[in-house]
Design a protein around this ligand. Structure first.
Ligand SMILES: [Zn+2]
Length: 208
């Protein structure tokens, strides 16, 4: 039976996503940041709710629709209270909400986000010198959170580059992911340590 080590990486974004849109004042495509404030308009017993984004350059507002002409009775009372109170955590949740992003055809700046990766980070030495056949890395995140697998791996295994990951996937050393894909919550990346050791041996032989 193969010996498997299991690791959990928690991805914790330090900020919310910037959204990209043309700013009417800057007159070009700009990054907009989450102001963490909501705007609520009540009109004939129906409400509109927006999450307010602002241009990173000139602070021009861009209202992202959250609720469109709905009866307040249809909104969960607890949520409605939090909307009225500009609840910051709720503003975070909407910012990562895939329905909000998809329904409004929002272009998200995935590159600009900074995050902490909580969990055991791996060095090349950890992968070569251990008693395991493989290492399973589970990625978890508090938010529905799209970020390139490469960017997460670069932090968790800082010796891995784009070209190296490409080679590792090709050789079946890393599996469960593709190069361009974005991490899904609870995704499992498998690193086959034996194959990695062999690859390193071969590289050494070629050098000799
Ligand atoms: Zn602007």
């Amino acid at each position: 039976m193969s010996k498997i080590k299991e690791i959990i990486w928690m991805v914790k974004p330090k900020t919310t996503f910037n959204y990209i849109s043309k700013c009417s004042k800057c007159n070009r495509k700009m990054d907009f940041y989450n102001s963490k404030k909501f705007r609520i308009n009540a009109n004939q017993k129906l409400v509109d709710v927006w999450l307010i984004y602002r241009c990173t350059e000139c602070d021009t507002t861009w209202n992202i629709p959250i609720y469109d002409r709905v009866s307040p009775k249809k909104i969960n009372p607890e949520i409605y209270k939090r909307l009225l109170a500009n609840d910051e955590e709720l503003a975070w949740e909407y910012s990562f909400n895939k329905d909000v992003i998809r329904n409004n055809s929002i272009q998200v700046n995935y590159e600009n986000i900074e995050f902490d990766l909580v969990g055991e980070h791996l060095t090349e030495e950890d992968i070569i010198n251990n008693e395991y056949d493989m290492i399973n890395i589970y990625i978890k995140s508090q938010y529905l959170f799209d970020i390139k697998v490469l960017n997460v791996l670069k932090v968790g295994c800082d010796f891995i580059s784009r070209s190296m990951l490409s080679r590792l996937i090709e050789n079946g050393i890393v599996s469960g992911i593709t190069l361009k894909e974005k991490i899904k919550d609870n995704q499992c990346i498998t690193v086959v340590c034996n194959k990695y050791r062999n690859l390193k041996l071969k590289e050494k032989e070629n050098l000799v």
